[in-house]
Design a protein around this ligand. Structure first.
Ligand code: PXL
Length: 279
């Protein structure tokens, strides 16, 4: 049986359906063990709630790593998302260097901004550290905002394929060979992902729903990681994850009280069916 052990490093937002609280169930639903280092614990995510609490867990990480080294605990994949501090990036690099099995995969979702802006609390130092982490990764999953910040490009709402290719070239120069650029829209009513692998581009376009939600980037990266561990290949994993996010938004959009995240749980059975359709 293909059963992988994934370590995800990202925050736990106690309420908000993002980061750790979506990565754990989704990677598990894909049929793999999901271990977690919570980079921080917040009462909610930072996207719309006022007065959230934030406990940074940066200094927990070295002790966790040392314990795992003593126990010889190793992972097939380390997948990182929202991190609590710039210093954490160094600790994450140490974990990747010492806790991955030979040939283990480094997947980085830079998770630091959207719609042309950084999330609250992040500045140029964090962007620089994240660009370095992305440079050392096997696969990165930025959105257009994060890509622009990391390569110092102007953020545009409207663009053509040449603009997107210039972002991918610049990201590739950071050192990453496989880039999944999310939220790429060339025409109204549609959006999609560009997959850049081994020097080749492909584009998977799907309908764009009028409402956007916090946490969908984390859901995307978690399903991508889970599907990739099931050995479907990066392109298929990118498409499965995109379809899943569309399904989750459709499952939520009618419920105007549910503004803070998507009802991803209701779509898990279909995701599992999709992943097993060729068994
Ligand atoms: O979904 C990204 C994310 C993760 N974690 C926290 C956030 C956000 C986005 O706002 O605030 C704490």
């Amino acid at each position: 049986m293909n059963y992988k052990r994934v370590l995800t490093i990202q925050d736990v937002s106690c309420v908000g359906q993002c980061s750790g609280t979506v990565a754990l169930p989704l990677i598990s639903a894909c049929g793999h063990e999901c271990c977690i280092i919570p980079s921080a614990v917040l009462s909610t995510h930072t996207g719309g709630f006022k007065g959230f609490t934030f406990a940074d867990l940066t200094e927990e990480i070295p002790g966790i790593r040392e314990h795992w080294m003593k126990e010889n605990i190793k992972f097939d994949c380390v997948y990182t998302g929202y991190l609590g501090s710039t210093k954490q990036v160094d600790y994450v690099l140490d974990i990747m260097d010492t806790c991955l099995k030979t040939g283990g995969l480094r997947i980085v979702d830079p998770a630091m901004g959207d719609h042309g802006h950084l999330y609250p609390g992040f500045g140029p130092d964090y962007v620089q550290a994240m660009a370095e982490l992305c440079g050392s990764a096997d696969i990165i999953l930025p959105n257009v905002t994060e890509a622009c910040y990391m390569v110092g490009a102007e953020y545009k709402e409207e663009y053509d394929p040449a603009y997107i290719q210039s972002l991918l070239t610049a990201l590739n120069q950071l050192g990453t060979k496989c880039i999944i650029l999310t939220g790429v829209s060339y025409r109204p009513g549609f959006t999609g992902v560009v997959i850049f692998e081994d020097g080749f581009y492909s584009y998977y376009e799907h309908e764009a729903l009028e409402q956007s939600y916090h946490g969908t980037g984390d859901i995307y990266s978690s399903v991508f990681t889970g599907a990739l561990m099931s050995e479907v290949g990066a392109t298929n994993a990118a498409c499965v994850a995109a379809d899943y996010v569309v399904d989750c938004i459709k499952a939520t959009i009618e419920d105007k009280d549910h503004w803070y995240g998507v009802k991803f749980e209701t779509c898990i059975p279909e995701l599992v069916k999709t992943l097993h359709q060729n068994d």
